[in-house]
Design a protein. Structure first.
Lengths: 222, 222, 222, 222
DNA sequence: AATGAATGAGACTTCATTCAT
DNA sequence: CATGAATGAAGTCTCATTCAT
């Protein structure tokens, strides 16, 4: 069983090595290492600011050797993203299944997002990086556009439940969709900061939804 | 009066200069043009993906001539950011002054953010780009870190008002700070999309704060 | 008036130089130098075996500076070829105009080919290199295919004259076309060797056409 | 009996090995396959544009395994060439023995060249590739120069026969040597095209030698 | 005999920056 | 003030070759 190394910081192991095949090498290990460090580096610095050499030396190989595993830097990025999607969507689907109401589903979603950040910090911030990289690099956008469209539909589906249960007035639907989207994007963007702050943000949203975060001021003045 | 060009898309071509060399090739005009297009380009593609040549040719000059106005690409970025800060903070201070309550101030803040997006679309998304670029490019972070710290304090100050007015329980303060921050970041990230969606997100937050966006479901099931 | 430097050997001038713009530089001179050395190097070693650095340092610049003059190595190659076509076709058209018979035209063509080799040795052998490079590098073939089709038609046109004058039996037309083509290709391939041998080959063909090169053996034995 | 695979196109894919590891994976089979595909690939694209991986995968092995059979890419190329020389010279010597006159020998030579092209199309165009590769790659030239000198002597020997039989005036000897060489090179260069055109070229040369290809025009005008 | 992981040199290309004019 | 020629560092990618297995 291969241990999940996703949580480790992006190592920068550049061990000098001689020519031919290194002894005791497991290809699957190297592949895993590459994807782990790539996820981490892309999450932190984005597509453009990460070089092949960065990835390779963090994975303990040379940049030429990367090409035994991926066809190009873009291909590496895409594969990392596809991996992510799988992980995230499984968790999110489970979260959604845990309740029948909008508030329940949305809270579970936030909770899942938080837990993902705890379990796989780079995975979560990679998702934030992707949105930015799609705007900045046309070649990334082209390859990932189909996935991002799926993601958008996701928000709408959750809100539709709220309309069905009566929690949300049909006229408010666009407002809630936009709100959900804004909050999830905001959370994604801040996930790489302290888990404590992230926790706070989620609790804030949850409390606000239940109407217990903010009350009318003692004396209205404006 | 120089017309505000911030709203124009980042021209990617020198305007077809009719009638030979324009008589009013004023250094100030060129300077303004450079900053306008730089703001726009940096907002759309970030620090790393914009080249000096992109900026220069959109401003109608060559990349060598840029160095008459700025010391380096980084310097240009920083100056654009400083310009932004001034514009934004004036508006935000005005917004804060318009009310004495947390809800009032926060709503005004969101309104100001929205209006900024309408008046200067690139200015607003530039702010979002800066946060990302600071994470991705250490040299940017180093130069802009002092401003971003000020920004953080801003959120805290607003929430402190809510604690003082009794709208926010002292224990909830970190939750509200985190929430405010998350929403504002989420809004900044989505500002470059349709104004309508942005409007919806803001209205959603406002309604939610007032407790009229989401209600308990007709029949609780989970 | 710029002197034709095409005849000079491919210089390998690598003068160390400091950063910015070098003093007393004429862009047209550098451009001319680049094309001259490129023609020469491509002629000698072909598209694949010539590096940008080879061309650049022979032209006295760095390989990055090449990109002020051409968009890519392929583009450089194509431009050199286009230059060549012009020179060659002007000469060949003049040669063809000098006579009304097939033998006259063909002899004049061979003479023009020889003179071209004397005047511009690299130009002529570049043409030979092109045929090979088109076979070896698909990207070259794609860009130059239209020119090479024109060239083929050329041979046919010359032979058609011979059919019209009665020098060639209509049934022999394909044989003569193939012969003309074979000889011209053979000459192109050997042009980079000594001019004396080239001269001999041309004289041999001419004499053969006039029936005075080879006679029946004194006593036929086989 | 191993079937001659020289006529097959250069396979670019390992044959789908059905039924697991073939029992007769004979080292000699693999060796033959390597040389066959190498000859074909080098003939089509030349030394520089063929990679070890191209050869290996067309032979159904990996590029590392190539090194069990040859010491280097250059070594492979040289060995293919040595193989060629043997085949070609045997045929050419047979052709020369079939007649005692220059015209007879030269015609037989052309016929042998054509037949070689029909029997082993890649073999013949490989010879053309070698001449080019020797000019383009010094390392190739160094290894093959001794063979190419032998080849040159060959032409002289044939012509000497013609001088002895009186078919060629002694003073014309250099012209005929150069002509023979030009034609053979021209034929070699065009052999990879349609056999029909090749046939035409040879018939054209033969007819021309016998004085029946081109006659004086009906009315001389120039 | 063969694989396939890995190296290291070198290719093409981009780009921030410098500087003579 | 502006151009545009040029550098040099760096980035993506290719490839001949080596070698543990």
């Amino acid at each position: 069983m291969r241990k999940p190394t996703a949580d480790a910081p992006c190592d920068d192991t550049a061990t000098g090595r001689r020519r031919g095949r290194p002894p005791a090498t497991d290809s699957a290990d190297t592949r895993q290492k590459i994807f782990d460090v790539a996820r981490c580096l892309f999450a932190e610095r984005g597509y453009g600011a990460v070089t092949n050499k960065d990835v390779a030396s963090a994975a303990g190989i040379t940049s030429g050797a990367l090409y035994h595993y991926v066809e190009s830097k873009l291909d590496l990025y895409v594969q990392v993203d596809v991996d992510m999607q799988r992980t995230i969507y499984r968790r999110f689907q489970e979260a959604l299944a845990s309740s029948d109401t909008f508030i329940g589903k949305f809270s579970a979603l936030l909770e899942a997002a938080h837990q993902l950040g705890v379990d796989h910090p780079f995975a979560a911030s990679f998702v934030g990086a992707v949105r930015t990289d799609m705007r900045r690099h046309p070649e990334v956008a082209e390859r990932l556009s189909k996935y991002s469209e799926e993601r958008e539909q996701f928000f709408v589906d959750v809100v539709d439940v709220g309309v069905a249960t009566g929690e949300i007035a049909p006229a408010d639907k666009p407002l809630v969709v936009a709100f959900v989207r804004t909050v999830l994007i905001g959370l994604t963007e801040t996930i790489s900061e302290t888990p404590q702050q992230h926790r706070h943000a989620i609790d804030g949203v949850t409390k606000l939804l239940r109407g217990t975060l903010v009350t009318a001021p003692r004396h209205e003045t404006a």
